[in-house]
Design a protein. Structure first.
Length: 278
């Protein structure tokens, strides 16, 4: 009985010692630490995966931004070219509008010139139309004086033929016709107009240097003519088309100085403002 109690007591003591053994407690702590480490490792792996995913996303974004920047640069360059093209078209259109305004003004002047310069032909009466009344003979009235004409053609017809060629774009024929008119009728009221339209013909045909020469002839040889302001203005346009901007500015300024109250002065001012724009 005593042995049994002793063994029981010893077993209790051993069990107590076992339970109170620091090595056992340490093992539990190590296991807990190991478990925590495994959890941390898993979390680290997950974080590493997230970092890798974010890094790839950032790389993709950077590549996309780079590509977009290249596209934007190309788009900007294309837009700049488009803007330049539009600006050039606007410049050409403005010149055409100016030309149209000049032509409208010229038409009104030409109509008046045509009215004044239409030749009056003599009225002839056939012998059969001569009658006698109460012994008196009735004769035709004396003819009014007429302008000297080229054999077979009147000044107006010659000018109209040249104008018809000009209106239909037959530039060579128009120049020849106007030149013939000037040589045949050098003192006609339309001679300065004919010289002006020689310049217009060269201008419309793209021969701007020849146009400048023809306009200068109007300015110098017909300085009192009513087309001088237009010739001066159109000379400026021709110089501008030749790329001689400085001379064009001087010519437009000459229109403003010499003919400040004319409609050409307003057009010259517009042209100057256009040339002075940056």
């Amino acid at each position: 009985m005593k042995r049994k109690v002793l063994f029981t007591l010893l077993g209790s003591i051993v069990l107590s010692l076992a339970l109170s053994d620091p090595s056992t407690a340490q093992s539990d702590e190590e296991r807990q630490i190991m478990a925590d480490l495994r959890i941390l490792q898993m979390q680290t792996q997950e974080l590493a995966l997230m970092v890798a995913t974010l890094t790839k996303a950032l790389d993709d974004m950077a590549l996309s931004v780079t590509d977009q920047a290249a596209v934007n640069r190309q788009s900007f360059a294309d837009s700049r070219l488009l803007v330049d093209a539009v600006a050039n078209n606007i410049r050409v259109l403005r010149e055409k509008v100016d030309d149209t305004n000049v032509r409208i003004s010229s038409f009104s002047q030409e109509i008046e010139a045509l009215r004044v310069s239409i030749p009056r032909f003599p009225v002839t009466v056939d012998d059969s139309e001569v009658t006698e009344s109460e012994g008196e003979q009735v004769s035709a009235p004396s003819p009014e004086p007429v302008l000297p004409t080229n054999p077979g053609i009147s000044p107006q017809r010659l000018y109209d033929n040249a104008w018809a060629d000009y209106s239909t774009g037959q530039w060579s024929l128009a120049i020849a016709g106007f030149d013939t008119y000037i040589k045949t009728f050098p003192r006609s009221d339309l001679t300065d107009d004919a010289q002006f339209y020689i310049g217009e013909t060269h201008y419309n045909d793209g021969r701007f240097a020849n146009a400048v020469i023809a306009y200068d002839e109007v300015i110098v040889s017909y300085s009192e003519g009513d087309v001088v302001p237009e010739a001066q203005y159109k000379k400026g346009l021709a110089l501008d088309r030749l790329g001689d901007t400085d001379q064009a500015r001087e010519t437009f300024q000459a229109v403003l100085d010499s003919f400040p109250d004319s409609r050409m002065a307003a057009l010259a001012l517009q042209a100057l403002n256009r040339l002075n724009r940056p």
